[in-house]
Design a protein around this ligand. Structure first.
Ligand SMILES: [Zn+2]
Length: 293
């Protein structure tokens, strides 16, 4: 699932290519993905793009006339840039294609376009056409962005204090508390900060809070630097190559050489390094203990 760094890289990539062009055509292939009905999708056709922005993990293509196409890629969604947009008609409900957008310059020359796709059978991709991004419930609920100026170290300490005994991992990836971090970067940030994912928020020392804040900002900033400049085709592989523990159970920790371990849940898993994060202690894994019974 794309998180803050990849969504930021996608926003910059799409903004560079579309700002100042006009939407030539917009075709919905997955009818259930569109969550709004007014303004209609067709009202976007002909409008000039002002740019593409990011709100948490949402992308926002804005027009000079004040319309916004917002989308959340969820688990299996992606954006694929196309230098040449196929002219063959889009068949609704067939395959991974959810939405196709094509752009033209002022003199009508095609300037490319993009497909929003979703793999798999579980359809969670969500598209919205609104006059204000905050009309999207998921955007209205967002906490301060993990990289915003607003989220100072002091504000971050306050957030952790009010989260009480909640575990760090859950708080870091709760979009209504801090926006932009998901399963992968919460693993990476906690590994860099040498903290257990299950550590209760309130029992951190001031220096642990400062360290966690610094690691959060650094991990995300470095990931953006690694992601920017990658096209929509190579971004996912770029993210994977730079992860230290996330998705790497059984492999050596790049910091200490210990084996990266996993805790699995119903529909996800977290990874951590016992030596770096839990004083060598193995965290209970539901699936493993069930297998051993
Ligand atoms: Zn380690």
């Amino acid at each position: 699932m794309p998180e803050l760094p990849e969504v930021e890289a996608l926003a910059r990539f799409l903004s560079e290519r579309t700002a100042g062009t006009r939407i030539a055509s917009i075709t919905l292939a997955s009818l259930s993905a569109l969550k709004t009905f007014s303004p209609s999708l067709t009202e976007l056709a002909g409008q000039r793009v002002s740019g593409v922005a990011r709100h948490g993990k949402f992308l926002d293509l804005g027009t000079d006339d004040g319309l916004h196409l917002l989308w959340h890629l969820s688990r299996a969604g992606w954006v694929q840039w196309r230098e040449d947009v196929p002219s063959t008609p889009v068949k609704p409900g067939k395959g991974p294609l959810a939405l196709r957008v094509a752009f033209v310059s002022d003199d009508g020359e095609p300037t490319g376009g993009f497909d929003i796709t979703e793999a798999g059978t579980q359809k969670r991709l969500a598209l919205y056409v609104v006059t204000d991004p905050s009309q999207v419930p998921g955007v209205a609920r967002l906490g301060p962005d993990a990289l915003s100026d607003e989220l100072t170290e002091e504000a971050f300490a306050g957030i952790l204090a009010s989260a009480g005994r909640s575990q760090l991992k859950g708080v870091l990836r709760d979009q209504s508390i801090i926006a932009g971090i998901g399963n992968a970067y919460s693993d990476e940030i906690l590994h860099a900060a040498r903290l257990s994912p299950f550590h209760p928020c309130t029992s951190l020392t001031p220096s642990e809070v400062a360290g966690l804040y610094e690691c959060m900002r650094r991990e995300l900033t470095v990931a953006i630097e690694n992601s920017v400049g990658h096209g929509t085709g190579t971004l996912k592989a770029e993210k994977k190559a730079n992860l230290a523990v996330h998705g790497r159970a059984g492999q050596p920790c790049p910091a200490c050489g210990d084996v990266v371990r996993e805790v699995s849940f119903a529909s996800s898993a977290l990874q951590y390094c016992p030596t770096c994060q839990t004083d060598g202690k193995l965290l209970a894994d539901r699936r493993m203990s069930r297998l051993l019974k």
